[in-house]
Design a protein around this ligand. Structure first.
Ligand SMILES: Nc1ncnc2c1ncn2[C@@H]1O[C@H](COP(=O)(O)OP(=O)(O)OP(=O)(O)O)[C@@H](O)[C@H]1O
Length: 720
């Protein structure tokens, strides 16, 4: 396809990955790789050939066996080399006649051996072209694409493949790998009451066969397990165990609303979206989009008419401009030419024209590649009509480009767009054609704050008449745009509700920010630090005395307190008094707010990580800063008794409080620990832990295991 475009190489075929009827395009990434690395492969091929020729001699000689010559001839460059040799021999002197068409089957005069003629070479070249072309299509289909999806090895025996009907099932995992057993599905009841309520509602609706007209998407116990496999490589076998990315998702997404899916990396958000868009086959459960099941291929082909997707990674063609992209997608979506204003660039038409031809030629339906192919004129076999459509005028593209502020860059090649511009173009593509469900996977990644706010406006305006599912790592974005939020972790929905509901249920409470004035009684304080410290202490005492809270953050100009929900009743009187004594405390401003969504998110993510670590019995080594003693403790343990610190005066030994944090990948790690203090009397090790962990015996590598103490007992004993 490389020669088809005006601007350079053909669009990266990997870009079409997610657009097939049964999932991703049959390994177009593989094709892209072949195309991109063609030069490299030819060089490799040539150098291999040269090595072989050096080792065994050029095989078109009588001394070489016929079988070897046949094998050699399957590689077209070898035939070409022989053809050039024959031509050289036929024209080596001025008297030579050369090779004419009529004499093509005859041996050339200077070719003493004559094991192959130019005519044989022509035939070989035509035959090998067909063989390699068919093999390329075959391997393209059976080698897993980036989503690990492929067709069965004998897919061509299935009539559904040729007829373009259902039954053309996809498989997962590599062709040379043995698919590992899928672990049994555990039924986990949600801990959160709202999630449980939502789950029961969906289950009830499923049982009753209720089709609520206000629901756009109903996810019914969706599960996705990526199969484990054993890849037999050149030197070793690599085993991957199956991975449960989605562990039973039950949720409704309402029409005219934006539902935001949040979750740490690897929570399963993209997997859920991929299941909805048909990129990844569902392991069990189902999802209905406007009443159509994603598990049925007929349903899926109808669903594609209703959805617009902005995938996590931009699927754009470097060689096409923004305008051409929109025009291309608008044409593929079947927008009426009369609604289109700007003149279609010839390159797009040519590209679509050839792309369509290439697909027809290979027996693959265009709709297999183009997810949004809904109204592609399948019956309109006239390509000239198609070209005519392309040359019509397009209003939609210009409007969409203006919406995402790309009008000025409309004619620039997407390859030269910045990351933010590409995301904006992807958002515009997702919204083109008035889809009833828009799925936006981290749409504002890489955008500057001004553009991001602008895109938020577009998304907000797009809510009307459709459902939007948004995944994002920006809590601000979720807070501003969402009508409903679900936080996922480890493949499960952990909480669901509006932003306010989540903050009030999962946040630690209220945040009070107290800022201090830099002057007292209108005068600059020469020794501001000293006065400020006195004010700080007074305010801290005030908070401690009335609300029993200490600052979470402090610096010279402000103090931040987190006030738990249970102190809510005390707040009106407390803040009235604080306000009255503001000048006495040197307070410039007091701000009170709910905890942030970010805090809710971090709490949920931490809890999920803790659950997993506890279930897996993961251990980490705690090295005490003071004594340098190393102790193995379970991940997430808060109070730990240090083995070996027992003495006659302190028979229960010492303990520390361990502080945990999450690293970039969300894994819990030790961020520090408190000073060693004696274990209070009557404190027992946690009963739920294995005896070894409770007793503090030697663990791996001779490192002693810490004794995990019950945090409730310790906190209780401290408060007494
Ligand atoms: N093709 C695959 N084969 C095996 N495991 C996979 C595959 N795709 C995803 N996973 C695993 O499934 C889990 C969920 O991945 P997913 O991409 O859905 O997470 P996510 O919530 O979208 O994360 P992020 O916020 O980073 O995009 C991850 O642990 C990931 O490693």
């Amino acid at each position: 396809m490389e020669y088809l475009t005006e601007h350079g190489p053909a669009p990266n075929s990997a870009g079409m990955e997610y657009l097939t009827e049964h999932g991703p395009a049959p390994n177009s990434a593989g094709m892209g790789y072949l195309i991109k690395d063609r030069k490299h492969e030819i060089n490799l091929n040539m150098s291999c050939n040269m090595s072989l020729v050096t080792a065994f001699g050029f095989p078109y000689a009588k001394s070489i066996s016929k079988q070897y010559r046949i094998i050699w001839s399957f590689f077209p460059p070898n035939l070409l080399a022989e053809a050039l040799t024959l031509l050289a021999k036929a024209t080596s002197t001025p008297q030579d006649l050369g090779i004419s068409w009529s004499r093509r089957a005859k041996c050339t005069p200077n070719d003493d051996e004559c094991v192959i003629t130019i005519d044989d070479i022509y035939k070989w070249l035509v035959a090998t072209f067909v063989v390699w072309f068919v093999l390329a299509i075959y391997f393209d289909n059976i080698i897993p694409n980036v989503s690990g999806v492929r067709k069965s090895v004998f897919y061509f025996l299935n009539p559904g493949y040729w007829l373009g009907r259902s039954g053309n099932k996809v498989k997962e995992g590599g062709i040379c790998s043995c698919i590992g057993s899928v672990p049994p599905e555990e039924v986990i009841s949600p801990d959160d009451e709202d999630v449980l309520e939502e789950e029961n509602l969906v289950k009830q609706q499923t049982k009753d066969g209720v089709n609520d007209p206000n629901i756009a998407v109903q996810i019914r116990g969706l599960r996705k397990t990526y199969p484990g496999s054993t890849n037999i490589g050149c030197c070793k076998c690599k085993k991957n165990s199956p991975y449960q990315a989605l562990r039973g998702l039950w949720v409704n997404f309402a029409k005219d609303q934006l539902f935001c899916l949040l979750g740490p990396n690897g929570a399963g958000k993209t997997t859920a979206i991929n299941c909805l868009t048909g990129i990844t086959p569902v392991t069990s459960g189902d999802a209905l989009i406007y009443g159509l099941s994603v598990r049925s291929s007929i349903g899926m082909s109808k669903i594609r008419k209703l959805i617009g997707v902005c995938p996590q990674f931009d699927i754009l063609w470097d060689a096409l401009s923004g305008k051409e992209h929109l025009h291309l997608f608008a044409s593929i979506k079947g927008l009426r030419p009369s609604s289109i204003k700007s003149v279609c660039e010839q390159v797009v038409c040519v590209c679509v024209f050839h792309f369509r031809h290439a697909l027809l030629f290979t027996g693959v339906k265009m709709s297999n590649y183009l997810d949004i192919s809904t109204t592609v004129k399948q019956n309109d076999s006239s390509d000239s009509a198609f070209l005519l459509d392309c040359s019509s005028e397009m209003q939609v593209t210009e409007k969409s480009l203006a919406e995402v502020r790309l009008t000025e860059a409309a004619k620039m090649r997407a390859g030269s767009y910045s990351g933010g511009m590409k995301r904006r173009l992807s958002v515009a593509i997702a919204l083109i054609g008035d889809p009833k469900l828009v799925i936006l996977d981290e749409p504002t990644t890489g955008m500057d704050p001004i553009t991001r706010r602008h895109v938020w406006d577009i998304i907000e305006n797009a809510k009307k008449g459709r459902a939007i599912v948004l995944t994002t790592h920006s809590m601000e974005e979720a807070d501003i745009l969402s009508d409903g939020i679900g936080i996922m972790a480890k493949g499960r929905l952990r909480c669901i509700g509006t932003s306010i509901r989540l903050k009030s249920r999962f946040g630690t409470g209220f945040i009070a920010n107290v800022s201090f004035a830099s002057s007292t009684n209108g005068q600059s304080t020469p020794n501001g630090g000293v006065v400020s410290t006195a004010h700080h202490e007074a305010v801290k005492q005030f908070f401690k005395h009335h609300l029993n809270v200490v600052p979470k953050e402090e610096n010279k100009s402000f103090l931040t307190f987190v006030i738990p929900h249970d102190r809510e009743v005390l707040l009106p009187n407390f803040f009235t008094e604080l306000q009255e004594r503001a000048s006495e405390f040197g307070i410039a401003d007091i701000q009170l707010g709910l905890t942030t969504l970010e805090e809710v998110f971090l709490n949920i993510a931490k809890q999920a990580e803790l659950e997993t670590a506890t279930a897996e019995g993961r251990l980490v080594t705690l090295t005490l800063a003071t004594s340098g003693t190393s102790t193995e403790i379970p991940v997430g343990a808060r109070f730990v008794g240090i083995p070996g610190t027992e003495s006659a005066e302190n028979p229960r030994g010492n303990m520390v409080e361990v502080y945990w944090d999450q690293d970039e990948s969300g894994t819990l790690c030790i961020s520090g620990h408190s000073d060693e203090t004696p274990v209070p009397p009557n404190i027992e090790p946690l009963a739920s832990l294995a005896p070894a962990t409770r007793r503090g015996i030697l663990g791996r590598g001779g490192v002693a295991r810490g004794i995990v103490l019950d945090p409730d007992q310790i906190i209780g004993s401290n408060s007494h």
